[in-house]
Design a binder for this molecule. Sequence first.
Ligand code: NIG
Ligand code: FE
Length: 414
Amino acid sequence: MQHLLLTNIKQLCQIETGTERKSRVSGQAMKVLPSLENAWLYLENGHIHSFGKMDEVHTIQCNDIVDVSGRMVLPAWCDSHTHLVFAAPREQEFVDRINGMSYEDIAMRGGGILNSARKLAEMDEHELYDQSHRRLLEVIRQGTGAIEIKSGYGLNLEAELKMLRVIRKLKENGPIAVKASFLAAHAYPLEYKENKAGYINLIINEMLPRVADEGLADYMDVFCEKGFFSVDDTDRLLEAGWKYGLKPKIHANQLHNSGGVQVGVKHKAISVDHLECVGPDEINVLSSADTMPTLLPAAAFFLGIHYQPARQMIDAGLPVCLATDYNPGSCPSGNVPFLLTLACTQLRMTPEEAINAVTLNGAAAMELENEMGTIAMGKKANLIITRPMPSPAYIPYDFGNNPVERMILNGAFL
Ligand code: NIG
Ligand code: FE
C-alpha cells in the first residue's frame, strides 16, 4: 500500500470537510478559499485519505513522512481548455500582429489555424506525440494536474484522427487526467472555402462517426465566430455531436458578440469558453443554465483584445472558470500561475476567486469535480506543494516566477 504523510503544512488550501461535496463555486462564494493552517495531509493509494491540524497528527501511523514547513499545499490546477497538441510555433504571426495585422486578417490570408494545419499534416504521429508530451510535462511542473486538449489542426479525417490518437496516448501514458475535445469545426480548410456546407457535412457524416466509433473524444467543440462557424452551423454541429454522445464545450464570443453563448446553452454545453464579448443578455442566459462560463484572459492578453467582464459575471452570481487556451496562435503559454496574475490584475478577480476558478470550477468544466479540484477525502491526490510563501495571494502576486516546488501526482512525488 502506498502512503504519504505531509506535515507542518503552512496552509492547506481549498479543503472540503463533511460529507457534502461542492460541484462548483459561484458568485459571492468564490471569494472564499476554505483552508486549514498548520495542517497535515495523509495520502493513501493515490487518493486523499484524511487531513487535520498538526496538534492531532499523532493519530496517523505512517513511515513516509515529509515535512513541508512554510509551504502551501493546493489541489493541482485543472486547465479545461487547451490546444496543446500542435506541430510548430507561429512567432511570425506574432510579429505581423505587432506590425498592425489583426488575428482575423492573418486568418483571412490563409495563416492562423490553417498555418498550423499545414504544419501538422507534415509531421509524423510519433514526433507530434513527443513534442506534445514535452509540453505536457512542462505545464505539470507549473502545477497543472488535469487538462483538456482539443483537436482542430487536422481539418480532414486523417489528420483529425492523428491528433486525437496523440491525445489518447497522452491520456494513457499520463501522468495526469486528460480529456479530449473534437474540434474539426475550428476553421474551413482552403478546399472548402467556397463550399462551407460541404465541410460541415464532412464533419457530420464522416468524421463524427469515426471519432465516436473509435472512442477518441469526450467533447464536441466548435469555433462559433464571425468568419468561422456561424450560429446556425454550430447548431447543426452540436446537435450531430449529441447524437454520438459528445457533449458540447465550445469557443464562443471571442471576437464578436455573435450568439455563441446562446447556442451553447441551448445545447446544454458543459462550458462556453472565451467570452471576451459578452453583455447583460449573455450573463442572463448563463444565470439560468448549468453551462460553465470559462474565461481565457491569457489569449486576450496575447492578442491585445479587451478582457472578459469577470466582475459582472461573478457579481451576477455566476460561477467563473479560468483556463489557459494554450495554443500556437492566440496563447503560446500553458502557464496557469501567470493566468492567475492576469485574472487578478486585468479581470479584477481576487486571488481566492482566481484559485477557485482554476481548481474546482476547472474540474467541473471537464466533469472531473468528483475526483479533483479540492482537497477532500477520496479525491485524487494530484497536488501542488509551493515554494515557501506567506499566503495563497503570493501566487498571483509573485508573477513570472513558478510558485511550484514539487508536484504530487496520484499520491507520489513527481
Ligand atoms: O482559442 N479561437 C480559436 N481557437 C484558438 C486559437 C487557435 C489558433 O490560433 O491556432 C483560440 O484562441
Ligand atoms: Fe481555444
